[in-house]
Design a protein around this ligand. Structure first.
Ligand code: AVJ
Length: 325
């Protein structure tokens, strides 16, 4: 905690979201940085590249499920037209599969993508309005973890898409909190479609986060590059190693940047010198992997009931439709 007088003398960068998170994460032990820091322009591009890697089965498996079952998924909404809302929409690469079916069923559909990235939303808007006539896009630049705001949909059923296993980045308690906030903005009978990665054999998981081409390594180390560029830090990415391990007990992949030597890094805009011992790590991400039971244990206390679910032949990924109670 800072006293009021010390706040007044804090460097300005500490007051930006990036500066505040870096300051917090690198002055606490063990060191950690929040995964949202991955997604600057370079990081977003590297993530798109990850989704095309042969080892990264998640995106392609989820897309397969959505392509195959889009009709069935929208059938669950019944005769009432839907308004589709998407949390963390990004460039909305997989959403077109559902929007097309919605347009076929009801003639036109309102689509509300919510994301912190204005540029990603602009890209989403452009390809969706051009490719799928009948979709009315009303994008919102916002951090959905702080609440989604009111979404008027008179006479319609809302369907909130929360796909791409994004919920896997949160601790179960925090994930529940995000869903409670969504619940608060929905009416009984509104729907939420969740896409989550399933727990599976360790080898497949390790390969997905340690790809041969080193794209995940570059994605992870981009946090260091970003701190250098945005905060004037002196990280040498070569002096850190990308590490991804499977924590079976907590059913999550854990991603780290491990310091290869004892070193000191300065972050002048935060007035900060950070010491690393040899082998000391920065924890940059958890990626939880679920079972039908563990996802229900998050969704149901938040006031939803799972109505139906779909998976692929290998049951590697799950798409769950939950009804707001
Ligand atoms: C975007 C959170 C689903 O956890 O697999 C990919 C991010 N991290 N490779 C995931 C990620 C490393 C991804 N999510």
């Amino acid at each position: 905690m800072h006293t009021l007088s010390s706040v007044l003398t804090l460097p300005e960068a500490v007051l930006t979201p990036v500066g505040a998170e870096v300051y917090r994460g690198l002055t606490t032990s063990p060191k950690s940085l929040a995964p949202w820091l991955f997604y600057d322009e370079t990081g977003s591009r590297l993530f798109e590249e990850i989704t095309r890697l042969p080892e990264y089965y998640l995106t392609r498996t989820e897309r397969g499920i959505l392509a195959r079952y889009a009709d069935e998924i929208l059938e669950c909404a019944g005769y009432r037209p839907v308004t589709i809302i998407e949390l963390g929409a990004g460039t909305a690469a997989k959403t077109g599969l559902l929007l097309r079916v919605a347009v076929d069923r009801q003639g036109a559909v309102d689509y509300v993508p919510i994301d912190v990235s204005r540029s990603a939303l602009a890209a989403a808007n452009e390809h969706i309005e051009a490719d799928i006539p009948g979709v009315r896009v009303a994008a919102r630049v916002a951090d959905y973890t702080k609440g989604i705001g009111e979404i008027p949909a008179p006479g319609k059923r809302r369907m909130v898409l929360y796909i791409g296993s994004s919920i896997g980045n949160f601790e179960p308690e925090d994930a529940m909190q995000v869903l409670r906030e969504v619940h608060h903005r929905l009416a009984p009978g509104d729907l939420m479609l969740l896409g989550v990665d399933h727990a599976k054999d360790r080898r497949t998981l390790l390969r997905a986060y340690n790809d041969a081409a080193g794209v995940t390594e570059a994605f992870n180390k981009n946090m260091l590059v970003r701190m250098n560029r945005e905060l004037g830090a002196s990280f040498n990415p070569r002096l850190f190693q990308h590490r991804a391990i499977w924590n079976e007990e907590h059913s999550r992949m854990e991603i780290y940047l491990k310091s290869l030597i004892a070193q000191r890094v300065s972050i002048p805009t935060l007035d900060l010198e950070v010491e690393f011992a040899e082998g000391e790590s920065i924890h940059t991400e958890n990626s939880y992997k679920f079972t039908e039971e563990s996802i229900a244990a998050i969704v149901e206390p938040a006031g939803f009931k799972i109505a139906q679910s779909w998976t692929d032949e290998r049951e590697w990924f799950g798409v769950y439709l939950a009804a707001r109670q």
